[in-house]
Design a protein around this ligand. Structure first.
Ligand SMILES: [Zn+2]
Length: 293
C-alpha cells in the first residue's frame, strides 16, 4: 500500500454517522449540545404552538435586523419557536413571549447560532413538518437535461444522519500538500462540526455554493497539528491546494450529519434519476403553495 492509499484507509476507518428518516428520528437534534456535568449530548427539541400570535411575532421579526439574511432569520425564528433546543431553554412563558427583552432575545439567539449547523437545519425542517405538514411541492429543473420539473416531496422520508456522541463528529485529515502556518509546517488538521454562525455572515440562501467552501473549512477546523486549538485567520489557509480543498469538502459531505435537503425524482424527459434541492427560505418553505427555485 502506498502512502496516499494508507492515508485514505486511515480516514475511512474513522466512524461515520448513522442514518434514519425524519419520521423515525422526530424531535431530537442530530448532534445536540453537551451537558457539561454528564458529558452526554442533550438532544431535545420542543416547539411552541404556531398560532396567530406567534405569526404576528414572526412578522415583526421579519422587518427587524434579525432578517438580514436567510441564515440569521432562521436562528431568530427558532429562538422564538422553541422552548427547548438541546440545553438552550428560552425562559419566557407563553404569555410573556412577546415581551422578551431585546437583550435577552439577543443572548438566546446567539446560543441558537452556536448550535451545530446541521442541528439548526434539521430543526428548521422539523418545524415546517410540524406546523404545516410533510408535503412539499418543488419546482425546478432537471440537472441532466434542464427540463422543467415539478416534484412532490415528503419531508417524513428525508434522510437524517445522526451521532450518539460528540467524539463521532471529529476527524483528522492529513494534507497532501503541507501548509506553512505561523512558522510551522502543518500536515494534519482536526475537523469537527461547523456552527450555524459560520453561515450567518454570508448572504447566500443555500449551503452548497462554492464561495462558502472556505468559510466552512475554516469554521470546521478544531485543532491544528503543532499549534493546538487555535482559531485560524482566513488568509492562513490561502495556500491550501485545490486537491486538499476538494478532498476535505468531499470528506465533510460524507461525514455531514443532519437532513439531506434534496429530493429524488425521475425526469419525464430524459428518464434519469436526479435530486433537486428543497428550497428552505422562510417565505416559500413555510407556505402551502408551490416552492419555485
Ligand atoms: Zn432530465
Amino acid at each position: 500500500m502506498d502512502e496516499s492509499a494508507e492515508k485514505e484507509k486511515a480516514e475511512q476507518d474513522q466512524p461515520s454517522p448513522k442514518e434514519t428518516t425524519l419520521k423515525e428520528w422526530g424531535h431530537r437534534l442530530p448532534c445536540g449540545t453537551v451537558d457539561t456535568t454528564t458529558g452526554q449530548l442533550v438532544k431535545d427539541i420542543i416547539f411552541r404552538p404556531w398560532n396567530l400570535r406567534r405569526e404576528r411575532q414572526l412578522g415583526k421579526l421579519k422587518t427587524s435586523s434579525a432578517a438580514d439574511s436567510v441564515m440569521t432569520f432562521a436562528s431568530a425564528v427558532l429562538t422564538v419557536m422553541c422552548t427547548k433546543l438541546g440545553h438552550i431553554r428560552p425562559g419566557f412563558d407563553e404569555a410573556g413571549g412577546l415581551k422578551m427583552k431585546p437583550q435577552e432575545f439577543a443572548e438566546l439567539r446567539l446560543q441558537t447560532s452556536n448550535l451545530v449547523l446541521e442541528d439548526v437545519l434539521y430543526t428548521w425542517l422539523l418545524l415546517r413538518r410540524e406546523a404545516i405538514g410533510p408535503d412539499l411541492e418543488v419546482d425546478g429543473n432537471c440537472p441532466h437535461c434542464r427540463q422543467e420539473v415539478h416534484v412532490y416531496a415528503d419531508l417524513d422520508t428525508t434522510t437524517v444522519k445522526y451521532v450518539d456522541s460528540m467524539e463521532e463528529t471529529f476527524w483528522t485529515y492529513t494534507l497532501r500538500d503541507p501548509l506553512q502556518i505561523r512558522g510551522k509546517e502543518i500536515s494534519e488538521l482536526r475537523f469537527g462540526p461547523a456552527r450555524w454562525s459560520v453561515l450567518e455572515h454570508t448572504k447566500a440562501s443555500g449551503i452548497d455554493t462554492g464561495g462558502q467552501k472556505s468559510d466552512l473549512i475554516l469554521g470546521s477546523i478544531e485543532e491544528v497539528d503543532q499549534l493546538g486549538k487555535v482559531a485560524l485567520l482566513e488568509t492562513e489557509l490561502d495556500e491550501m491546494s485545490k486537491r486538499d480543498v476538494e478532498k476535505i469538502v468531499a470528506e465533510m459531505d460524507a461525514r455531514a450529519i443532519g437532513p439531506d435537503m434534496r429530493v429524488e425524482f425521475t425526469c419525464r424527459q430524459c428518464f434519469r434519476v436526479a435530486k433537486i434541492q428543497i428550497p428552505w427560505d422562510y417565505d416559500t418553505f413555510f407556505s402551502c403553495g408551490r416552492s419555485a427555485r
